[in-house]
Structures are given as C-alpha cells and as structure tokens.
Design a protein around this ligand. Structure first.
Ligand SMILES: N[C@@H](CCC(=O)N[C@@H](CS)C(=O)NCC(=O)O)C(=O)O
Length: 169
C-alpha cells in the first residue's frame, strides 16, 4: 500500500499516507481524538518525551540489526557494524530497564500514558525478535511490565502479530 515500504503507514480519509509512529500518534491525537496520552505540563511532558525516546531508540536499533542479519547476505555482513548496533541495543535496553525501575508508570486499563505504552510495545518487539540477545533474565522489569501490558484490553485488542491494517472511524 505504500511504495516507500514503511510500517506503520496510516492511510488518511483523504487517501494520503502518513508514516512514522510518532507522527501518526500526533495526527490521531490532534486531528481525530482531540486528546493526548502526553501531559501538557512542560516539565512532565519533557520527562515523558525523554522516556519515550529511549524506547524508540531501542526499537530503531533492533530493526537495524534484524535487517542487517536477515536481509544482507552473510558474506556481505560487516562485523564492526553488527557489533556497534548490538552495543547500541543493549545500552538502550539497559537504560530503559533502569528508567523503569526508577520511574514506574501505571500499567492499568484506562490509565495508560504514551511512555508506558511505548515501553511495553518496544520490549515485546525487541524481546520477541532478538530473544537470544536481549533476554528477559537481564531485563526483569521490562519483562514484568510487558506481561502486565499484554494482558490489558487495550493491548489484547491489537495483538503483536496483526491485524496489519486497522480501520478507524
Ligand atoms: N521510527 C519508525 C520506525 C518504523 C520502522 O522501523 N518500521 C520498519 C518495520 S518494523 C519498516 O518499515 N521497515 C521497512 C524499511 O525501512 O525498509 C516509527 O516509529 O514508525
């Protein structure tokens, strides 16, 4: 549906495409829902954005590693690059684990913030895609948070494996 081959892609009512999860959330909050999962207070918002940024960087790095391993032929893979990205993923996940320990957020139905959702989604994705590298044993807080999140109705409505296209009204 998108020649740029980028997920997530939101098809707007106008038929135009919108890419990148952060921009899609901004659009939905501003132009559809009229409410936000982020605080409007400057200080609270800055804290939340910083927390979200760690989770997003961890997922971006995981995507890079997965593509390097899965899309590039083995003989063309560059070991120093793999090591660099691996280090970045582990650093981002370690930081995330520390942040979660120091700043737990409510993981309750109806009370979810963007930071809490992003943490849970990031961990589910990274741990399921790179289970040998980023283990639950080394990240117990993330693992617990993910198990709780995935049992909530908000998460059960959108399972990690699909559906790929969600219609909104
Ligand atoms: N920062 C982006 C990351 C999205 C992303 O990496 N999507 C991957 C799939 S998980 C993708 O579209 N890959 C296709 C490509 O880049 O070639 C977001 O949050 O939307």
């Amino acid at each position: 549906m998108n020649p740029v081959v980028k997920a997530p892609t939101l098809i707007l009512d106008s038929g135009e495409m919108l890419m990148d999860s952060t921009l899609i959330i901004d659009y939905v909050e501003c132009c559809v829902a009229g409410k936000s999962l982020l605080a409007s207070d400057k200080v609270e918002r800055t804290v939340a954005l910083r927390r979200i940024s760690h989770a997003l960087m961890a997922t971006d790095k995981a995507v890079q590693l997965i593509y390097e391993r899965n899309l590039r032929p083995v003989e063309k893979q560059h070991e120093p690059w793999l090591e660099r990205v691996t280090g970045q993923i582990l650093a981002a996940c370690a930081a995330l684990e520390t942040i979660i320990t120091q700043h737990p957020l409510p993981m309750q139905s109806g009370k979810l913030s963007q930071a809490a959702i992003t943490r849970a989604v990031a961990w589910q994705f990274i741990n399921s895609m790179l289970p040998a590298l980023v283990t639950a044993t080394d990240h117990p807080q993330l693992q617990t948070l993910s198990i709780v999140a995935e049992s909530l109705p908000e998460f059960l409505a959108f399972p990690p494996d699909g559906p790929g296209v969600v219609a909104h009204s």
